[in-house]
Design a protein around this ligand. Structure first.
Ligand code: ZN
Ligand code: ZN
Length: 468
């Protein structure tokens, strides 16, 4: 038994004004075991870009879309699903009878409009598997004794969206780079999640993630095994989607908030925990740090993280390829090397970022009355009392250690040895924060982007006790 549906229509700027997503319904009869979708549209030299996704009979409603079956952006014009296997980006499983929807995401459309054609084929025979990578059994991972600083990368892509590597290839590169964890954050899908346990082992923890990729900004969600709806157009949509994810245990991080695309256009009055303050792109890399600083000065508590946003795994010869896994590297203080422990460390803000896997590493603590406060923690103190700021730097030689207090550099000292410790006293008069960073000197070969830093810590927050 076979069925073929062909749907033709026209996309226009006026229709995009109404909605960014066009749902095309079609009915699946009982007994189907293979579904294929192909689409074409008039591209008008790139003025029109249309993305593809699919929902099954369990539903396609925003934030209640139990029927999510996959998303491929504009990467693929032909996708196949069977019970056992699916094109990367799509979820294998029963071809449930009932009303399904193809979703066309209208990223942009030429002023003159674009005709499209969607071809849907169904068959009761599963046919050739569309994707059959080796699926080794999950390895018996043992937990490391901790707590310990783990180094990782919180943002990268595989061929489950627009990246080039499989999950297994990504894991191999991560181990060669010496990373302890990698969050795999494919765009708008979770089809990679089922491949993560098998590619993880004692040395490498792969964290399930999704880059929630709206047409107005991107955000990572880590630690959820459920798909997060990305079809957001307004700050209210984003707030609802983030709350949905957070209430189920996900951590939300706003990605690459910079002018040089894609920016974050929803504003920051939405619930999120982290911000990607250092990303893999050489250009505009200084901008997110400025956004973070401004929000910290407004009293917000946001965990700064790094993420390379690697899509390609460069061949070994491409030593100078700027975007690489682990560039920058995010250090997380974790009780052990499980996904939950790493995510708990991130939530607590026990996070330091370095320019590369072999870049400088730093630790900052504040001290008061014999007590020690780590990054991410809050110290309560009377106005004007002196605190000690202590910074330890490993492999920082040649940089300039800066201590930043409420947006101002209050201490600046050249690092002349590989391992140094530095202390200073501050007397805060208002609630705020202290963080530390290593600024590179002109011409430092370790700098690969427009952000002239070698490392930075998250803040220790200071709460001034009133009335005494
Ligand atoms: Zn992005
Ligand atoms: Zn990305």
């Amino acid at each position: 038994m076979r069925e073929l549906h062909i749907v033709r229509g026209r996309l226009t700027p006026a229709a995009k004004q109404e909605s960014d997503y066009l749902l095309i319904p079609f009915d699946v009869p009982p007994g189907m075991r293979r579904l294929e979708v192909k689409y074409t549209y008039e591209k008008h030299g790139g003025e029109t870009v249309v993305d593809l996704g699919l929902f099954d009979a369990r539903g396609a409603t925003f934030l209640q879309a139990a029927g999510f079956r996959g998303w491929s952006g504009s990467e693929r014009d032909h996708v196949v699903l069977t019970e056992e296997s699916a094109t990367p980006g799509y979820l294998p499983g029963p071809i449930l009878p009932g009303r399904w929807h193809v979703v066309l995401g209208v990223y942009k459309v030429a002023a003159k409009g674009s005709d499209y054609e969607v071809e849907i084929r169904m068959s009761d025979a599963p046919g050739v598997p569309p994707y059959s990578p080796p699926r080794p059994l999950p390895s018996a991972t043992s937990q490391r004794a901790g707590p310990l600083w783990l180094r990782g990368d919180l943002h990268c892509h595989t061929h489950h969206s627009d990246g080039k590597a499989s999950v297994a290839e990504l894991a191999t590169i991560a181990q060669e780079r010496g990373l302890d964890f990698v969050a795999v954050t494919d765009h708008n899908t979770i089809s990679h999640h089922s491949y993560l346990p098998a590619a993880s082992d004692d040395r490498l923890t792969l964290i399930p993630g999704e880059e929630v990729t709206t047409y107005y900004g991107h955000a990572n969600v880590w630690g959820l095994n459920q798909w997060v709806d990305f079809r957001c157009r307004t700050p209210e949509d984003v707030r609802a989607a983030f709350l949905w994810a957070q209430s189920r245990g996900g951590i939300v991080s706003i990605n690459h908030p910079k002018a040089g695309g894609p920016p974050w256009e929803f504003g920051y009055d939405v619930p999120f925990t982290c911000m990607e303050v250092w990303h893999g792109y050489p250009h505009y890399n200084h901008e997110p740090l400025g956004v973070w600083e401004r929000l910290l000065q407004q009293g917000r508590r946001i965990v700064g993280v790094g993420g390379s946003d690697t899509h390609l795994l460069p061949p070994p010869a491409a030593r100078e390829f700027p975007i690489r896994l682990g560039r920058p590297t995010t250090y997380v203080w974790a009780e052990t090397n499980t996904v939950d422990a790493i995510l708990a460390g991130i939530r607590q803000g026990r996070v330091v970022i370095s320019c590369d896997v072999d870049g400088p590493r730093m630790e900052m603590t504040l001290h008061l009355d014999g007590r020690t406060f780590h990054v991410g923690q809050t110290l309560s103190v009377s106005r004007g009392r002196a605190l000690t700021v202590e910074v330890k730097v490993h492999k920082g030689r040649g940089g300039v250690l800066e201590i930043v207090h409420d947006g101002r550099v209050v201490e600046s000292t050249r690092i002349s040895k590989d391992d140094v410790g530095h202390t200073m006293r501050i007397k805060p008069v208002k609630s705020g924060y202290v963080r530390a960073q290593i600024r590179a000197e002109e011409g430092d070969s370790r700098v690969w982007s427009s952000l002239p830093l070698l490392a930075l810590t998250n803040p220790v927050y200071i709460h001034i006790l009133e009335g005494d």
